[in-house]
Design a protein around this ligand. Structure first.
Ligand SMILES: Nc1nc2c(ncn2[C@@H]2O[C@H](COP(=O)(O)OP(=O)(O)OP(=O)(O)O)[C@@H](O)[C@H]2O)c(=O)[nH]1
Ligand SMILES: [Mg+2]
Length: 303
């Protein structure tokens, strides 16, 4: 049998907020690359994860969930997701069966099929109770749009399911003479950016309500050569003066907790001990401020 050609390309993960895109990326590359929380609108900038074998290289691009907005940070999220569609070679429509209605899944399928790029659907969260019927409906919807539907539980599935998904996903990528990135890498993100995201994820874990949506994390200084261990100084920027004491907590208990769990995860990423110092800064309504959004890299690359 003739050997199938080597394939490589960018595969965008597109779906509604909370559909399980980042979880799917982490499951497929077997590394924690993109942060995951139970709350919608977790992912902000696109995040890249790599899977390379003798058959090909998939460059996954995790995108923010699709939202509609006309101002500030949410406009960036919307543009970013659309730009991921534009700059991908092929697309995965990530459709969750946890939704009460399939309405938004149809919207996602419309958008993805309209891109005229090769695409495939991955139905997520099939481990949730009593979803068989919704899986069936979602499959029907995918077929209506002329696509193929795969299913996944990012929580319960194992290596055999992962391999099966990867085998199908690679088929929709273009042929390529060689990989696009070093086959040893699992992401193109740098440690500094990953550390910012980890701290942001821990803020979601520790803080309630709307506060995590109105904060951003910026590494002020990352001294990799410091002795006896690398030193990281990060700012948690909030948009309201009243959020600052909540993040700090009584006797600095809240910020200490965020710092501790962030440090542990950054240490496991870097494979060594690190020193992490967190500081809270206030920039009134930063999420509406064009200049600040730019400084935080919340701008679409191609603009
Ligand atoms: N039970 C179950 N939960 C899942 C599955 N996939 C993701 N989740 C959960 O769904 C929530 C959202 O997952 P994310 O991966 O952050 O979703 P996302 O699509 O990246 O969300 P945004 O970045 O906000 O657009 C988290 O609590 C995940 O643990 C799954 O297959 N089964
Ligand atoms: Mg995400």
């Amino acid at each position: 049998m003739a050997k199938s050609p080597f394939r490589a390309g960018f595969l965008g993960l597109i779906g509604q907020p909370n559909a399980g895109k980042s979880s799917l990326l982490n499951f497929l590359v077997k590394e924690k690359v993109s942060i995951v929380t139970p709350k919608p609108q977790t992912t902000r900038r696109r995040i890249t994860g790599l899977h390379t074998t003798d058959e090909g290289q998939i460059v996954f691009i995790d995108a923010p969930g699709l939202v509609k907005s006309t101002s500030g940070l949410n406009t960036f999220l919307e543009k970013e997701a659309h730009d991921v569609i534009k700059s991908s070679d092929a697309i995965v429509a990530v459709l969750s069966v946890a939704e009460d209605t399939a309405e938004r899944n149809e919207e996602i399928l419309e958008l993805v099929s309209k891109s005229r790029k090769p695409w495939i659907a991955v139905i997520t969260k099939i481990d949730l109770k009593e979803t068989e019927h919704r899986v069936m409906i979602t499959r029907g919807l995918v077929e209506k749009f002329g696509g193929k539907a795969l299913t996944v539980s990012n929580k319960k599935h194992g290596e055999a399911d992962r391999q099966e998904l990867l085998k199908e996903l690679i088929k929709i990528l273009p042929e390529s003479e060689k990989p696009l990135y070093d086959p040893e890498m699992f992401t193109t993100e740098n440690v500094r950016d990953l550390a910012e995201e980890i701290i942001r994820e821990k803020c979601f874990e520790v803080l309630n309500h709307e506060i995590p949506y109105q904060l951003a994390v910026q590494i002020r200084k990352f001294d990799e050569n410091a002795k006896p261990c690398p030193k990281i100084y990060a700012d948690i920027m909030v948009g309201k003066e009243s959020h600052k004491p909540i993040i700090i907590g009584k006797g600095a208990s809240v910020i200490k907790q965020i710092g501790q769990i962030s440090r542990k995860e950054i240490e496991s990423l870097m494979g060594e001990k690190v020193y992490l110092e967190l500081n809270v800064t206030v920039k009134e309504n930063w999420f509406e401020n064009k200049q600040t959004l730019k400084e935080l890299k919340y701008v679409v690359d191609s603009e």
